[in-house]
Design a binder for this molecule. Structure first.
Ligand code: DGY
Length: 307
């Protein structure tokens, strides 16, 4: 009976479907398997169900051989060397579609949260610093009639656009194949939201030159991958007042250490990579990952194959 190694416990019905047909070895700890443990367990398996925290490259696949399939519990697959998997004839699957709304929701929550200073206000109240109402107190950014610039025009970028339109925003976008020029987007947007996959081309897509182009009153949102942003440049842009604020669901590295210099920047809201963290979404992601594995182990095409 083929054996599947799952790099984290999945508290969802999908796991039972997998267990009905295959031997399943689950990494039971909350934290990811350290690389040596991951390799040791993968060597005993025929297929893998991985999370964004596991790195799978050509060397790993050779040392873990024979792995016949990898299902990533994510739409992003930058933790997997797809070319290396393809060269070795190992199918890789992802979980597209089901996390679109949840991720766009977090992006929009960050946008509202940073523009309207939600965590700052909450801290002020809890710390007993709530002073009487004042016309100039805690002023933030408007949404209606302001421009939302979306970089990356895939499912999540378009879902973000719909949310912006619902709040009366003007939406522009930039992608490889459509929309306006990136510089024009940066110069004209009041909010810039990043929705590109992390690839060699998009690594540090947002750097010092890009933040310098943004309006000083503009906010930056990132729910894609931390590696798309030069974090030192983002910190400098916030400290120097080149932009008004930033909301991040993703950083580089993750987890971001509590003493990372980025966290000393003003007007920064950071949440711990929870874009897809709703009960229904994670359960659906588990379903798609298991569907991918079941198909591959039965010798069929993965329903969501990326390599
Ligand atoms: C993804 O699916 O790529 C997310 O970042 C993980 O939830």
């Amino acid at each position: 009976m083929p054996r599947v190694f799952i790099s984290r416990d999945l508290p969802f019905p999908a796991l039972d479907r997998l267990k009905e047909q295959h031997e399943v070895d689950v990494w039971e700890q909350r934290t990811p398997p350290p690389p040596d443990d991951f390799l040791a367990r993968a060597r005993e398996a025929d297929a893998l169900l991985t999370c964004v925290t596991e790195n799978v490259d050509g060397d790993f696949l050779d040392r873990a051989a024979p792995i016949t399939a990898v299902a990533n519990l994510a739409v992003g697959t930058d933790n997997i060397d797809l070319e290396a998997a393809k060269q070795r004839g190992i199918p890789v699957g992802n979980t597209p579609g089901v996390l679109t709304d949840a991720t766009a929701d977090i992006a929009f929550a960050l946008l509202l949260g940073i523009a309207r200073r939600i965590t700052e206000g909450d801290r002020e109240v809890r710390e007993g610093r709530w002073a009487p109402w004042h016309p100039g107190h805690m002023l933030g950014g408007d949404l209606a009639d302001n421009t939302l610039g979306i970089i990356g025009w895939g499912r999540i970028g378009q879902a973000m656009a719909r949310r912006g339109e619902g709040f009366g925003m003007r939406v522009v976008h930039h992608s490889r194949s459509s929309g306006i020029d990136l510089d024009e987007l940066l110069e004209t947007s009041d909010y810039v939201s990043l929705h590109t996959p992390l690839t060699p081309e998009t690594r540090h897509l947002m750097g010092a030159a890009q933040f310098a182009r943004m309006k000083q009153t503009a906010y930056f949102i990132n729910t894609s991958r931390g590696g798309t942003v030069d974090q030192d440049a983002l910190r400098a842009a916030l400290v120097d007042g080149e932009i008004a604020g930033a909301g991040l669901d993703v950083t580089d590295p993750e987890p971001l250490p509590g003493d990372d210099p980025l966290l000393t920047a003003p007007n920064l809201l950071v949440v711990p990579h929870v874009g897809s963290a709703t009960v229904r979404t994670r359960s659906r992601m588990a379903d798609l990952a298991v569907d991918n594995l079941l198909a591959a182990l039965a010798g069929d095409e993965m329903p969501n194959r990326v390599a």
